[in-house]
Design a protein around this ligand. Structure first.
Ligand code: ZN
Length: 316
């Protein structure tokens, strides 16, 4: 049993596997399988799940069936089901599908914004302003990603002052939180610490979310320094699935099992059943031939044991 930390209340984890994870997989999962995945994640303890995106099927064919997925998931009380929207058309689809929580995305770098969503950052902000007006009038909730916040495949290093300015403008437009995306996994603990401290100091713990990718194997180290800095909102993907089709070299998100295991080790009760997460990764690997990169998953399997607490109690 993990020690309950006093500041547990504000810990918020968003499972992004059904969106960020699956969008980069070769296999197209059917509606039933995606609904099954989302239900399993919620049963394992997920309280916030990004269920898919409402992008044009030509851009990301893996996300073609998000409307149907949203319509078919069995909503559980207390769980937030998020949908990613690229534009106003996406918002209409998300609303038609009955979602009340939507995420928009823009990039810290102009080049990545142009490649990813085909418009300038100023054009993105203008559209997000219009989207936010509708969201607020309908009593819905909006959050925003700021991609390439710690480095860009086209522009290299990113001046974090640019990220701070964008975050400020997005929060002024009414987004409830900004997810700082290490989209291509080039962040390192020093960069992450500096960025998180600046953002937390300026915007407060409830507004700042961290979104990590594990391209260089530093995602968990980055998660650790972030949590120690005071970050309490993290995105992760079951099994470490994911990447970005418009970010060359980007590999998977930080794995949910690894983040939960880390949080447990730090004394947080994240509200997840780690064994059940491992079972979901196993199901994804066996049923859909999806490569699972979470370290904790490999560990649990190498020990041929799903019971993490039993393993820990035997450790020297
Ligand atoms: Zn991502």
């Amino acid at each position: 049993m993990n020690q309950q930390r006093e500041d547990d209340v504000s810990l918020r984890l968003t499972e992004v596997g059904p969106r960020d994870g699956l969008q980069n997989e070769r296999h197209l999962l059917g509606v039933g399988d995606k609904v099954d995945l989302i239900d399993r994640l919620v049963a394992a303890g997920a309280r916030e799940v990004e269920i898919g995106s409402f992008v044009h099927p030509r851009w990301v064919p893996q996300m073609t069936n998000t409307d149907e997925v949203a319509a078919r998931i069995r909503r559980k009380e207390g769980v937030l089901y998020w949908g990613l929207i690229p534009n106003m058309r996406g918002l209409e689809r998300a609303m038609d599908a009955g979602l009340s929580h939507v995420a928009v995305v823009m990039s810290a770098s102009e080049s990545h914004n142009l490649k990813n969503i085909n418009r300038t950052r100023e054009q993105s902000l203008k559209e997000i302003r219009e989207i936010s007006k509708i969201i607020r009038s309908k009593g819905m909730v909006l959050r925003s990603y700021i991609s390439t916040a710690f480095g860009c495949p086209y522009e290299g290093e990113i001046d974090f002052s640019v990220v701070m300015e964008l975050a400020e403008r997005l929060l002024d437009l009414g987004v409830e939180g900004v997810s700082l995306g290490d989209t291509i996994g080039v962040g390192n603990p020093l960069l992450i610490r500096e960025g998180c401290l600046r953002a937390l100091d300026h915007f407060g713990v409830e507004k700042v979310i961290l979104h990590l990718h594990d391209t260089q194997g530093l995602a968990l180290a980055n998660a650790l320094v972030a949590v120690e800095c005071g970050i309490r909102r993290l995105d992760s993907s079951i099994g470490g699935m994911g990447g970005c089709p418009y970010a060359p070299g980007a590999s998977g998100n930080v794995g949910s099992e690894d983040v939960i295991n880390l949080l447990h080790a730090l004394g947080f009760d994240a509200g997840y059943d780690l064994d059940r997460l491992v079972q979901i990764s196993h199901w994804l690997e066996e049923s859909f031939d999806i490569a699972i990169s979470s370290k904790y998953y490999r560990y649990a399997y190498a020990n041929a044991c799903f019971n993490a607490s039993a393993i820990h109690s035997k450790a020297p």
